[in-house]
Design a protein around this ligand. Structure first.
Ligand code: SAH
Length: 238
């Protein structure tokens, strides 16, 4: 049987209008969809009726499917001759494990194609009115994971980010916000550095909390901010 193809498509930050035309066209003609938690269910309404769907994200209270199993599922579907879409939030390669999936496909000589997505690390702050750079204010931006296998980043790592000029953007950091802000202050960021947290960026439910490194944790607890959320630290957050 002829091998199928796997398309790794980035869905963008949530608003279905922010996927690419190419991504939408491929979704409208695919045979199988493998997807995680998506901010909008509208993507599913674009699929042809023949399309088989496989949800591999976290179920309430349970773990998501293991990466090895996801890789295997993609390989299997392609070997059956399907046009497969692997759809992920944002861009597949920004903390998205897209490259691990491509390595697994390469190993089995499965054809694959990439369709980039708009990553949340720039789009979510921008939609909240916070640019990641601004002339004479922020000359660089740094995208950092706020969650590692051990919890937050180590004190040493956070201190080195605290010493960075420019804007700091933390993804997956909400649970560790207290540690992150304390670590940055310890590393040299002034406690009154403007800091914002954006929940559900690009969706109708979007909420933005603005404060400083010192106040932001308590503000987000008080406002009961939930995931997904992005933390932005730096003058542009003001
Ligand atoms: N590949 C994705 C990021 C995956 S990591 C991308 O390029 O955007 C998941 C993290 O992204 C979340 O924990 C959160 O920090 C951030 N995120 C993604 N979508 C978001 C949204 N709509 N609003 C706020 N944060 C979002």
């Amino acid at each position: 049987m002829k091998k199928g193809v796997v398309y790794l498509i980035g869905a963008g930050p949530g608003d279905p209008g922010l996927i690419t035309l190419k991504g939408k066209e491929i979704l409208e003609s695919c045979d199988a969809l493998v997807y995680d938690n998506l901010a909008s269910k509208e993507f599913l309404s674009w699929l042809p009726s023949r399309c088989k769907t496989f949800y591999v994200g976290k179920q309430a209270g349970c773990h998501s499917m293991k990466q090895d199993q996801i890789n295997e599922l993609l390989v299997q579907l392609a070997l059956e001759g399907n046009k497969v879409v692997r759809l992920k939030g944002g861009d597949s390669f920004v903390f998205g494990r897209g490259s691990e999936e491509i390595l697994a496909l390469k190993e089995k000589e499965i054809p694959w194609e990439l369709v980039q997505g708009i990553t949340s690390c720039v789009s979510v702050p921008e939609l909240a009115g916070i640019p990641v750079t601004h002339r004479n204010v922020s000359r660089s931006f740094h995208v950092i994971t706020g969650h590692t296998l051990k919890g937050a980043q180590s004190e040493k790592e956070l201190a080195s980010y605290g010493a960075c000029e420019g804007t700091l953007v933390f993804l997956m950091g909400l649970n560790n916000l207290n540690t992150i802000s304390a670590g940055l202050i310890k590393g040299g960021k002034p406690a009154n550095t403007p800091t914002a947290v954006i929940e559900d960026g690009s969706l109708n439910s979007q909420r933005v909390i603005r404060g400083t490194l010192k106040t932001i944790y308590e503000q987000t607890v008080k406002a009961e901010i939930k995931k997904p959320a992005i933390i932005e630290v730096g003058e542009t957050a003001a």
